[in-house]
Write a protein that binds this ligand. Structure first.
Ligand code: PMP
Length: 362
């Protein structure tokens, strides 16, 4: 046999050090209170399940390749036209497409730090150069620094993840006006905040808004996300995506969910109430908690003198896990290593969480 380069030698150089995205645990088995991946805790409506089941006899056929019905419904609902909408296999797929389209070959891709840990991964896959702008402890948007960096592509999560902090619309307007590059506003959690940047789309062809059915529609398992942008941008993403990127079960389920809007509005209202209650409870324990406008809260189990630490956060994380409650801990950046991200669950789950926290003896 002739000497051949190994598969690794053939690998594109920019992928050699690629670090994968680390998803939160998805435990098998029952009895867990799962407050670690920001899923909606309420039931899937019967009509959504029926719509999905209704597609089963047609599974031998490919799905509609452009998600036409879903795009049209989303467009009407949001006051845009169907050529300003793309649907993806989760909004993760769309973030990936955007990075490959507009952040490739050394283009400068900016994220705030901390934010959604997928952005560095999609940037690395695209071969872009990641620029991280750190937050200060107050988590105000570092607008001047972001504008100054003059990146080609900016990822901004609003409300922010993992803190849940919402940025004022005026600041995002300023960013869109001043930034030479494209601005992706990741609105995965926007429904819980009562705010959206979508009205800014009309006058800003540099804006891409991404959304998802995984959070406020409680359909993370279906993998459906979407984005609004100028038709020129949508057309580029549309040509890059897989031809059948959203399967027929997912298209039907998402469409049926849009027909249950009243139900989901009630779910969001209930969740926001539980969230505000949880924030009060944690603050009463002496925690520092950011003012979340999302479906999770980010808080530090501080000691008596108000000090947060990585060790305390880890200790509580482990104590909760031993009691079959899963939350999320990110040890980077150092600024927030003493914090835990807790998804807002049902009322009784939050009660149980608080009980176990009270029994924690660090
Ligand atoms: N953006 C943010 C900020 C997220 O936290 C998530 C969920 N992990 C997503 C996007 C992706 O959501 P999905 O792919 O399920 O639509």
């Amino acid at each position: 046999m002739t000497d051949r380069p190994s598969p690794l030698q053939r690998l594109a150089p920019h992928l050699r050090g690629l670090q994968a995205y680390v998803p939160g645990d998805q435990p098998q088995g029952s009895g867990w209170i799962k407050l670690n991946t920001n899923e909606l805790p309420y039931d899937v409506p019967a009509s959504v399940i029926e719509a999905i089941q209704g597609q089963c006899p047609a599974l031998r056929l490919y799905p509609e390749p452009t998600c036409r019905l879903l795009r049209e419904h989303l467009a009407t609902m949001n006051g845009v036209s169907a050529d300003e909408v793309i649907v993806g296999n989760g909004s993760d797929e769309i973030l990936n497409l955007v990075a490959r389209a507009f952040g490739a070959y050394g283009k400068r891709v900016l994220q705030t730090d901390p934010s959604y840990s997928l952005y560095p991964v999609v940037t690395a896959i695209a071969g872009g150069e990641l620029v991280s702008v750190p937050f200060a402890a107050d988590f105000a948007l570092p607008l001047d620094k972001i504008i100054e960096a003059a990146a080609d592509l900016i990822f901004l999560t609003c409300p922010n993840a993992p803190t849940g902090v919402l940025f004022p619309l005026e600041q995002i307007f300023e960013l869109l006006e001043a930034s030479p590059g494209l601005v992706v506003v990741d609105e995965a959690y926007a429904e819980f905040s009562g705010q959206s940047v979508l009205p800014l789309l009309r006058d800003h062809p540099n804006l891409i808004v991404t959304r998802t059915f995984s959070k406020a529609y409680g359909l993370a398992g279906l993998r459906v996300g979407y984005a609004f942008a100028n038709p020129v941008i949508i057309s580029v993403l549309d040509r890059m995506r897989d031809s059948y990127n959203v399967n027929r079960l997912s298209q039907a389920g998402a469409l049926a969910a849009l027909n249950c809007q009243d139900y989901y509005d009630r779910c969001v209202a209930r969740l926001c109430q539980t969230r505000d209650h949880l924030i009060d409870r944690l603050r009463a324990f002496g925690w520092h908690v950011y003012p979340s406008k999302s479906n999770f809260v980010y808080g530090a189990p501080s000691d008596e003198s108000g000090r947060a630490s990585l060790e305390r956060a880890k200790s509580l994380f482990n104590h909760l896990k031993e009691n079959k409650i899963l939350v999320r801990h990110f040890s980077k950046p150092a600024l927030t290593a003493g914090y835990l991200r807790i998804t807002v669950g049902k009322e009784d789950e939050i009660e149980q969480l608080c009980k176990i926290i009270e029994a924690w003896n660090p």
